[in-house]
Ligand binder design. Structure first.
Ligand code: SAH
Length: 252
C-alpha cells in the first residue's frame, strides 16, 4: 500500500474519453476532474466538440476544456504512458486483471513515478471495443448493482478521480475546525500510560482480573484505546471512572 502522498502526481494522470457522443458528458467529466485536482483531459474523436453544451456542463472547468487534447485514435491518446487502465461497466469474458477503483489506483501509483498513467473511458452506448481494451494493462470496473451496472460516463470519471485524490493528497474533511477545545486533542503517550496504571489499579481493586493475567488484559485494553485515538477529555473520563471505582471499594 502506498503511504507517501504527493498531489503533484495528479498531473501525471490522463483521463481519456473515447468517441464521446454527448458534449455535455465531456463538460461534466472536466468538472469532475477539476473538483478532484486532475487536469489532463484527452478526447479521442469526440462526436460533437468543441461545443457550448460542454462548456455549460463544465461550469468552472472551462480551462480543462481549453487545454484538452483532441486526438484521432487511442494509440495517440496513450502514447508515452507507462500504465493504462480501460474502464468497463461489463465484466468481459476476455482475460484482463479486473480491478476495483481503489485497487486500480494503487496499481497505477506503483508505476506513476515512471511516467504518465491513462484511465480510458468508453462510448456512452457501447463502451470500449476489445481491440481498445487490448491496449490496456487492466480493466477497471466500478462495483454496482449488477442489474444496473452502467454509470453515466462523467459519474464514472468522478469515482476514479476521487480515488486518485484520496491516494495522493492529505486533504480530508476536518470537522468542527476552529472551535475545537484543547481537551479534544489526542492524549499523549505519557497521559495514556498514567491512565493505564490507574485503570490497572482500579480493576485490581474490583478483583476483575481473577485468574486472568492482568498484563494480557491490559495489553488488549491498550490496543482498544490506541485504535480509538483517545482524546484528553475521554482520558479524563476514564480517570474519573477509575477514581470512582477506587472510592467505592476502599474500606470506610
Ligand atoms: N453500454 C456500455 C456502457 C457504457 S457507459 C457498456 O456496456 O460498456 C460509458 C462508459 O462509462 C464506459 O465505457 C466506462 O468507461 C464508464 N462506466 C460506466 N459504468 C461503469 C462501471 N460500472 N465501471 C467502470 N466504468 C464504467
Amino acid at each position: 500500500m502506498r503511504q507517501q502522498t504527493n498531489p503533484s502526481l495528479l498531473n501525471n494522470i490522463r483521463i481519456v474519453l473515447v468517441n464521446t457522443s454527448h458534449p455535455g458528458n465531456i463538460g461534466a467529466a472536466a468538472r469532475a476532474m477539476k473538483n478532484m485536482g486532475l487536469s489532463r483531459l484527452t478526447l479521442v474523436e469526440p462526436e460533437d466538440y468543441p461545443s457550448l453544451e460542454a462548456i455549460s456542463r463544465s461550469v468552472g472547468a472551462v480551462d480543462l476544456l481549453d487545454d484538452a487534447i483532441v486526438v484521432k485514435d487511442l494509440n495517440e491518446a496513450i502514447s508515452g504512458c507507462v500504465w493504462v487502465a480501460g474502464t468497463s461497466a461489463r465484466l468481459r469474458t476476455i482475460e484482463w486483471p479486473i480491478l476495483e477503483p481503489r485497487e486500480c489506483v494503487q496499481k497505477a501509483l506503483e508505476n506513476i513515478e515512471q511516467g504518465d498513467i491513462a484511465i480510458v473511458f468508453g462510448r456512452e452506448n457501447s463502451g470500449l471495443t476489445n481491440e481498445e481494451m487490448e491496449k490496456c494493462n487492466a480493466l477497471l470496473h466500478i462495483p454496482t448493482n449488477p442489474d444496473f451496472s452502467s454509470l453515466n460516463i462523467a459519474a464514472a470519471v468522478q469515482v476514479v478521480c476521487y480515488e486518485f485524490r484520496m491516494a495522493l493528497t492529505n486533504s480530508r474533511v476536518t470537522k468542527h475546525k476552529g472551535n475545537k477545545h484543547r481537551y479534544d486533542a489526542l492524549a499523549n503517550s505519557s497521559q495514556l500510560d498514567g491512565m493505564y496504571g490507574h485503570l490497572n489499579e482500579a480493576l485490581e481493586y474490583l478483583g476483575f482480573f481473577g485468574t486472568n493475567n492482568p498484563d494480557i488484559v491490559m495489553r488488549r485494553l491498550k490496543g482498544l484505546f490506541n485504535r480509538a485515538g483517545t482524546t484528553q477529555r475521554e482520558l479524563s473520563i476514564m480517570r474519573g471512572i477509575c477514581s470512582a471505582i477506587q472510592d467505592k471499594k476502599r474500606p470506610r
